[in-house]
Design a protein around this ligand. Structure first.
Ligand code: CO
Length: 420
């Protein structure tokens, strides 16, 4: 009869030894030892939530976050000349995982958010095609469907201008990631039939800006989607309801929202958004045009600017990495201002052109230091330092800043933007 007792004691001693060993190594046991409070007084008090029934089913027919999470909202600059052509940022530092909730997905509008009745909305496909077509939303939904997970990112995320901002959201919140459902643009182009000379497709939005971008035909025949759903539900108005274009890995403004027209042409149309804007001015006065791909990037979201490490000891460094060229192959993290780099753990799923989660266990000794991450994608491209970007493109550039983001950790545990 004493056998079970003995094994229990052995197991418990083993567990304590295990925790002690981890604590010495600065592992999880250490975090538990430092993170917990004193032993609870028993019996535990019965909380109010157990003494009366909670809210009935159906109290909210469309659910929303706990009232205690009311500060987790989109980040909108407090002082802008106007809010019609403007952006809101995803609170990256407050989220977990790779999927951005629809209510927190970043926004960039050029003429405000239109209200569009799907019953009257039409998508025209014309130009260099055998049969011009006009689709209702219901007709688009009848085509074979595709569901895929991709990030979407503004090409001005972040800008080149210091001080960039304080939090991960201020600096890199113009990126989000969702599961998208729609019809492959290739399917629609095959339905219409391409004529000789077809090289580009001009996409036009039904917003007040008439947002217009030229898209190379090879992208349209590759992974471009006409999307009607995001994270399982129909697109939100601010994401292009009822249909939008999605060009995985390309700068966000090309994924034209409220899509009303696709014209197949032989050459780009040089619209405002590909001449006056969304080009990259170089030191010699020339500008790069049609820089579509969002290059590899990463950011540590915890601990990050505006947060505070509670005490020395175990800290799990957490972050996100992504590349418009495909999958993330590796993320290296430095906890000493870039002198040494350690390969972080990538967490499944590691998907092409999607946010990818990485973590690295760290023991903070309480000394001031600088944390940073550096992504490498499957093409072998390595995320650059800001100084490397400046030497290549000069100070006049505005878009496509994918530089390493350093965070300063003070002795107090306060974390701030080391670029500020
Ligand atoms: Co560009």
């Amino acid at each position: 009869m004493s056998q079970p007792d003995r094994s229990f004691h052995v197991a418990r001693r083993g567990l304590l030894r295990h925790v002690a060993a981890l604590a010495t190594a600065g592992g999880v046991g250490d975090a538990l030892a430092q993170g917990g409070s004193a032993a609870p007084a028993l019996p535990l008090p019965v909380p109010a939530s157990m003494q009366t029934p909670g809210a009935p089913v159906g109290t909210k027919l469309y659910g929303e976050p706990s009232p205690f999470e009311s500060k987790v909202v989109r980040n909108v600059a407090p002082k802008l000349p106007q809010y019609i052509s403007a952006s809101s940022r995803t609170p990256l530092q407050d989220l977990d995982g790779i999927i951005t909730p629809n209510g927190l997905f970043y926004e960039r509008h050029h003429g405000g958010i239109p209200t569009i009745d799907p019953a009257s909305h039409r998508l025209a496909l014309h130009g260099l095609v055998k049969t011009p077509l006009l689709f209702t939303v219901d007709e688009l939904r009848r085509f074979p469907s595709v569901t895929t997970i991709h990030f979407l990112e503004c090409s001005g995320n972040p800008s080149y201008k210091k001080p960039f901002g304080k939090t991960a959201s201020d600096i890199m919140g113009l990126v989000s990631c969702a599961e998208w459902t729609g019809v492959a643009l290739k399917t629609l182009l095959e339905e219409a039939g391409l004529l000789p000379g077809a090289r580009w497709v001009v996409a036009e939005g039904a917003d007040a800006a008439g947002m217009t971008r030229s898209v190379p035909l090879d992208k349209c025949l590759d992974d471009a989607l006409i999307v009607y759903s995001q994270n399982g539900e129909r697109l939100r108005p601010e994401q292009g309801y009822p249909v939008r274009l999605l060009l995985p890995g390309f700068e966000g403004n090309m994924s034209v929202k409220w899509l009303r027209r696709l014209k197949v042409v032989d050459a780009p149309v040089h619209s405002r958004e590909e001449t006056a804007k969304y080009t990259d001015l170089l030191p010699d006065g020339t500008a790069r045009q049609f820089t579509f791909t969002m290059e590899a990037k990463s950011i540590i979201t915890a601990p990050s600017g505006g947060q505070r490490i509670a005490s020395p000891g175990f800290v799990e460094i957490r972050g996100l990495a992504w590349s418009g060229r495909g999958k993330i192959a590796r993320v290296d993290v430095s906890v000493d201002g870039g002198r040494n780099w350690t390969e972080a753990t990538l967490h499944d799923p590691v998907l092409s052109r999607a946010l990818t989660r990485f973590t690295l266990p760290w023991r903070w000794d309480g000394a001031p230091t600088i944390l940073q991450s550096r992504a490498v994608d499957e093409s072998g491209y390595v995320q650059p330092d800001f100084s490397e970007l400046l030497s290549a493109r000069g100070e006049n550039s505005f878009y496509h800043n994918n530089a390493v983001q350093p965070w300063r950790v003070a002795a107090s545990g306060e974390v701030s933007n080391a670029n500020a």
